[in-house]
Design a protein around this ligand. Sequence first.
Ligand code: DI6
Ligand code: FE
Length: 400
Amino acid sequence: MRCDRLWTDARVLTMADGGRAAAINHGLVAARDGRIVFAGPADGAPAFAAAETIACEGRWITPALVDCHTHLVHAGNRAGEFEARLEGASYEAIARAGGGIVSTMRATRAASEGELVASALPRLDALIGEGLGTVEIKSGYGLNLAAEAKMLRAARRLGVERRVRVTTTFLGAHALPPEFAGDADGYVDHICAEMLPAIAAEGLADAVDAFCEGIGFSPAQVERVFAAARALGLPVKLHAEQLSNLHGAALAARYGALSADHLEYLDDAGVAAMARAGSVAVLLPGAYYFCRETKLPPIAALRAAGVPLAVATDCNPGTSPLTSLLLAMNMAATCFRLTVAECLAGATIHAARALGLGAECGSLEVGKSADFAIWNVESPAELVMAMGANPLHARVWKGE
Ligand code: DI6
Ligand code: FE
């Protein structure tokens, strides 16, 4: 069989079969036209005629990592807020006093698209440097049409500047902009009637998200955004149950959400609703850690119900200034008690599913994009165990 490139003498974790496939000790991976044509044991593999053969010297190959929840594009600096919180101020109090998301909004509105791209690149490069192949990037710091569209264009441009797959999510319902102070319903009307249709018409968003929370938007308001998204044929996801239980995950499930994210305050009914809808639970241990949250997401219940668990950085300037998906995996293991296998599936196959990309990436299976990472580790558990180490040997994206 002809292929462009062949990686031999590798140990391979394909993450096929929803992450359950066994590790392959003497494996090889073959790519042609950017797609995987074989990933499996060398024994019994077809004979390949490859333009180039790369010997991996026993290194581990996993799918390239997928970060399925980030706010990578933003301007400004919230270090002062970090200091204030260390001195006792709460996240809610800072938000109510005009800091928080709205302070990043001001800086983001003032930045040009090029400035947003330039300031996001170091964050993106940190993730890519750890074997990332796909990243989701949300808007939500513009909070008017021009600035939200600017953020999403900047996000799309990042996928041109670097060899990485970028999916974009419109998060207009992230916080209330000052123009609509005291009129959240008016802002939601504006999102549904003006912003979302224009964003969709320009093809700027692959999905629609909202922040369902006391300091964000009510379930009734989120439902109006979801209905507008559905009318435009856009899939939804939701920041749900991060600080309190407003039953957002169950609402998202009713709209067939790709995922519900955070979920510390999720209850049993929410777990059951997510399981029925097939929504992915996106766990964000960086925000849990950084906010010194103590309420754990209901991992055992999610596991028992068969809800796929993803792990993401939530990279954002206020609650999770984290640009390492490997560290997010470590935190998911240490703080949330995920197993190594769950962490690895959470940052690959389940994360791809949370983006609606389950057929395109996240596992090494014939026909999928040849996106993978080659690691200098003795066992995949090291990828989850280490804090601050980067054992990446090489990253392959679309077969190169
Ligand atoms: N939940 C979060 O943790 C972030 N957004 C959200 O809806 C916080 C964003 C920020 O503080 O800038
Ligand atoms: Fe977030």
